[in-house]
Every structure is written in C-alpha cells, then in structure tokens.
Design a protein around this ligand. Structure first.
Ligand SMILES: [Fe+2]
Ligand SMILES: [Fe+2]
Length: 167
C-alpha cells in the first residue's frame, strides 16, 4: 500500500483529519488536499536528495502540519494566521495523537522564516520547503489545483493517490 495512504488511514481513526477537507487552504484547495500534496512531495524530495530520513514521521508530520481545524479566512481574531497556526495545529495534533519530537518539530517550524526559529531536523526542513512550493502552486492555480484529487470520497484514497501522482 502507498505509504502516504497508509499513514492517512491510520491517522484518520479517532481524529479530525477528515474535517480538514471542510476548510479552504488556498484558492479552491482544501487543507486536507494541501497536506496530502505536501506529504507526497516531501517524500519525493527526500528520496530525490538521497538522504536518510524517517519516512513515516515525515509523512505524519506533513499530514498534520496544518491541523489547525478552522477557517482561517473568517477573520475570527486568532491573531495573524501565518504566525499563529503552527501552534494551533500542534496543540490539536498533540491532543489527538502520540507525536514524536520530529513530528512536533515539523508542525511547529513549518512557517520558518515567517516564524523566526528554524526547523531542527531534516524532515522539518523538507516540509518547510515543500509547503511553500505547494502553497504557491495552489495560489497561482486557484481554480484548478490538483483538480483530479477528490478528497471528499473517503473510500477512494487509492484512486486519489494515483491521481495526485499524475498531477
Ligand atoms: Fe501552514
Ligand atoms: Fe501548509
């Protein structure tokens, strides 16, 4: 089974992961779709670089890096989203999962350099970079980003994944 899919299904149990499909990240891309893409391209980049890395922690951290679970466009006084959402995501993720230090660092530091403390492990650096790439892609392809990825269909994760690979 595909490793991102496997981690998603594990995380999906007893959590609010699917709720992320109800919130928009950029353009027409939901938070869930965004995090699937970040997880997928993070392992692609890590493999391309040929470095040693903790694969399941990289995937889990990437899938949870934006687990803040609210609509950040609603203007409901949570501070400036870019600065505050890593902590909100980490708080939720800590509540719902037993996280490793690597996973915590991925979530907490993914907005560097907007938040000034840099990542401290290679997995967190990778997510930090891939997140920026995906965010730009989603912002500049507002209507069509990952258009073949239908995250609203929970039993179609395998198909979804074949599609994201071909995007
Ligand atoms: Fe984020
Ligand atoms: Fe993100």
């Amino acid at each position: 089974m595909n490793s991102v899919l496997y981690c998603m299904e594990k995380l999906n149990k007893n959590s609010k992961l699917r709720q992320m499909d109800d919130y928009i990240q950029h353009g027409s891309t939901s938070c869930l779709k965004h995090t699937i893409a970040v997880a997928y391209y993070s392992i692609k980049l890590a493999d391309r670089l040929g470095i040693k890395y903790k694969k399941s922690e990289l995937i889990r951290g990437a899938l949870l890096h934006d687990y803040f679970l609210y609509d950040w466009h609603d203007g409901n006084g949570r501070g400036v989203h870019g600065f505050t959402h890593p902590s909100a995501a980490l708080k939720n993720a800590d509540r719902d999962f037993a996280l490793t230090e690597t996973e915590r660092n991925i979530i907490k530091r993914h907005m560097f350099p907007l938040t000034p403390i840099p990542p401290k492990c290679r997995e967190a650096w990778i997510v930090c970079m891939v997140d920026k790439y995906c965010s730009l892609y989603e912002t500049f392809n507002r209507k069509t980003a990952y258009e073949k990825v239908h995250t609203k269909t929970p039993d179609k994760f395998t198909e979804l994944y074949k599609e994201i690979i071909n995007f």
